[in-house]
Write a protein that binds this ligand. Structure first.
Ligand code: ADP
Length: 697
């Protein structure tokens, strides 16, 4: 009964038809007044787990959240759904705080967001005593655990706050990252049973994880940004300095970019964050200071420029991509030197020996993630105790790694023996210079041109050799020393390679793929969304999520009822924005793409990715003949210009010669006049290509 009402609210306010599986359990538990812990991946829909119960109960819901920026966004977003909420924190003036508290007390708002520090304020404690409180929601609940990666002492105040109540309201704790120890802490401190703990799969099925090794970070970023020019994303760097440098360089290249780190003033940070939320800039370069508050749902990519310090931080930061459920990319640009930076930071910042070794163990797990060849999503799930043997996400760089491996044993042997010959005293630049046969002064002075491997890799660029050294270091053939000027040291693994008993393969560099082709209608809808957002002074995703716009562009609703059928369009949103979007859709006079039309493009795309016809047919559960039809259509449209995959040149000219002689208006006689081995598909492909060539002149 209660759940039915909850579903009605979900549809009315948020425009969604059903709860996600985790949400339903958590909400049912809370509605029966039980303390509840919900663990859900980022983007899983945690907010709704307390927002809906808040709407269904009589009193006020207090939401405890660690970061100020998050509150404002949440309150703005709720307002757009027609839900009254307020927040109090240190960014407000005393008068504003008083007004918001008064509103809460008068029952004018259903939800009040607060930072945990507020729990100590006597005026706030008085409010709790005077006002009926229906629910306490603890967001980012892992902050309560000392073993978490983000411990906040003020979260400890929550349990003493609970003592203030004569009749305790239920508590709902929510987090996206929790190892078993952290879960135990949350349960103990907030008095939650295991039965009332609901863990939804940690898997983020819309995220494509990739570890990029041995590629220049900057060129990777340049390539990716140029292929995905209008997408919104975050680039995380390890230090402020790196953030500044990357920002300056990308800014000069004309990228709409902002930066965010702890070295900026609060005003500058706030401004940058808003520019990003409002889609005025598309890319944010930031240190991990930027984050917890980022509730922007249409972040299409997160690039980690450096190795994060542990998997918890990584999954949380990378998880800021694709909260709206749309396909999104998460790249980790790995370079072995980053390990030393992280070790150094742990050494400087952690003085407790037990914690220090725990931190180092966490770092090691992070490094293992970069070296593994198993499914990356599976590796993350395993780390968080969500074990699924044999799990294959099918989307990560390891699952998708079909690149041809090149044998680099010979080059590796040369690199190893150079390192050996210089007694492991130099870094990668000198080693690469020796192999290049460099005439630099330093090489000359050190008489390194006398080394027997001098110039042996002169056919490749110095950078290519450096890249190989990076790759070999990443694969732990070589180790970088901890010293100020790291030198290369050979590991035991190199012995069989030097003896010729083992080989080394390296995959050729991957080209980042564009996320999607730009759909014209989607772009128009986005522009309209931006105009409305600017008018109402809210971030664009608060108007509608990317996924909602995509559904609009696919279904082209033309009536109110059709519009309300679109996921993410609730009554209140329709009131506010529905007409404007309907008008645009009418003006664009679009018809939904016929599935057939899209279908041949999908096959063509797979073909371009190097898949053959049987594979495409299997992937798409269609017959090979259908796929052949799709590819013929692609030839007809001039998309596919090379047909050498389907026949050799001889066959092609045989077909064209016969067609010249007996005409090409009837296929059957043509087929009969040709050798039996030539198929109808080849026949059609050759003719179609010929027509296209003639057309193009
Ligand atoms: P989290 O806090 O877990 O990271 P959010 O609460 O921000 O996630 O929700 C992520 C996105 O999923 C939001 O855009 C939200 O509107 C959407 N969402 C939540 N619940 C549902 C649902 N039942 N059906 C469809 N979309 C949902």
């Amino acid at each position: 009964m209660m759940l039915q009402e909850a579903k009605e609210q979900l549809k009315h306010y948020f425009g969604y038809d059903k709860f996600r599986s985790g949400q339903e359990n958590i909400i049912t538990s809370i509605l029966t007044q039980k303390n509840t812990l919900g663990i859900m991946p980022t983007g899983g829909g945690k907010s709704i787990c307390y927002q809906i119960p808040a709407l269904l109960s009589e009193g006020l819901t207090i939401v405890i959240s660690p970061l100020i920026s998050l509150m404002k966004d949440q309150v703005d977003a709720l307002a757009s759904y027609g839900i009254d909420a307020a927040y109090i924190n240190s960014s407000l003036t005393d008068t504003e705080i008083r007004t918001h508290m008064q509103a809460a007390e008068n029952g004018e708002v259903k939800l009040l967001y607060i930072a945990p520090e507020r729990l100590e304020a006597p005026s706030f404690q008085a409010l709790l005593k005077r006002t009926p409180i229906s629910l306490i929601a603890v967001d980012e609940a892992h902050c309560i655990s000392q073993w978490g990666h983000d411990f906040r002492p003020s979260y400890m105040k929550i349990s003493s706050m609970m003592d203030l109540f004569t009749e305790r309201p239920p508590v709902i704790a929510l987090t996206a990252t929790a190892t078993p120890e952290v879960i135990g802490d949350i349960q103990r401190i907030l008095n939650i049973t295991t039965e009332q703990t609901y863990i939804s799969g940690f898997a983020r099925e819309n995220l494509h994880f990739s570890v990029v090794k041995g590629e220049k970070k900057k060129s990777f970023i340049d390539k990716y940004l140029s292929q995905n020019p209008s997408e919104s994303g975050i680039i995380y760097t390890a230090t402020r300095k790196e953030a500044d440098q990357l920002y300056t360089s990308l800014h000069k290249q004309g990228i709409k970019i902002g930066k965010y780190h702890a070295g900026m003033t609060e005003h500058q940070r706030k401004k940058a964050q808003e520019e990003f939320l409002f889609d005025n800039i598309s890319v944010m370069v930031a240190t991990n200071a930027f984050g917890m508050g980022i509730d922007k749902s249409n972040v299409r990519f997160v690039i980690h420029h450096n190795l994060p310090k542990n998997m918890e931080s990584y999954y949380q930061e990378a998880g800021r991509a694709g909260r709206d459920g749309e396909e999104s990319d998460c790249f980790l640009l790995f370079s072995p030197g980053d390990i030393h930076v992280q070790k150094f930071l742990i050494d400087q910042n952690q003085h407790d020996q037990v914690r220090k070794s725990a931190d180092l163990a966490k770092l090691k797990a992070m490094v293992d993630y970069c070296h593994t060849e198993k499914c990356l999503q599976g590796t993350i799930l395993h780390y968080f105790g969500d074990d699924r043997p044999g799990y294959q996400c099918g989307k990560c760089s390891n699952c998708k790694d079909e690149r041809e491996a090149v044998d680099i044993t010979r080059e590796a042997q040369m690199i190893f023996s150079t390192i050996k010959r210089v007694n492991e005293r130099f870094g990668k630049t000198i080693i690469a210079q020796i192999l290049k046969g460099s005439k630099s002064k330093r090489i000359n002075e050190l008489r390194l041109d006398q080394i027997s491997t001098f110039g042996l890799l002169k056919h490749q660029t110095q950078q290519e050799t450096v890249d190989m050294i990076d790759f070999l270091t990443a694969d732990q053939y070589i180790m970088l020393t901890d010293s100020k000027y790291p030198t290369l040291v050979l590991q035991e693994k190199t012995l069989p390679v030097l003896k010729g008993e083992a080989t080394i393969q390296k995959k050729v560099a991957r080209k980042p793929e564009a996320i999607e082709e730009n759909d014209q209608l989607f772009t128009q809808l986005r522009t309209l969304r931006k105009q409305i957002a600017d008018r109402d002074n809210v971030p664009p995703y608060v108007v509608f999520a990317d996924s909602t716009l995509r559904a609009m562009s696919a279904k082209a609703p033309s009536t109110r009822a059709e519009m309300l059928d679109i996921k993410g369009v609730g009554d209140m949103k329709f009131e506010k924005y529905g007409d404007a979007f309907l008008e645009l859709l009418k003006a664009a006079n679009v018809k939904p793409e016929s599935s057939d039309e899209a279908s041949h493009l999908a096959s063509f795309k797979l073909f371009e990715e190097g898949k053959d016809i049987p594979t495409i047919a299997a992937t798409r559960s269609l017959s090979p003949t259908t796929i052949e039809g799709h590819l013929l259509k692609a030839i007809d449209e001039g998309l596919l210009q090379e047909i050498d995959h389907f026949m050799d040149e001889e066959t092609e000219s045989a077909i064209l010669e016969q067609a010249d002689m007996i005409g090409n208006d009837k296929l059957k006689p043509l087929k009969e006049a040709l050798p039996e081995s030539i198929t109808y598909f080849q026949l059609k492909a050759a003719l179609s290509k010929h027509r296209q060539t003639m057309k193009r002149g």
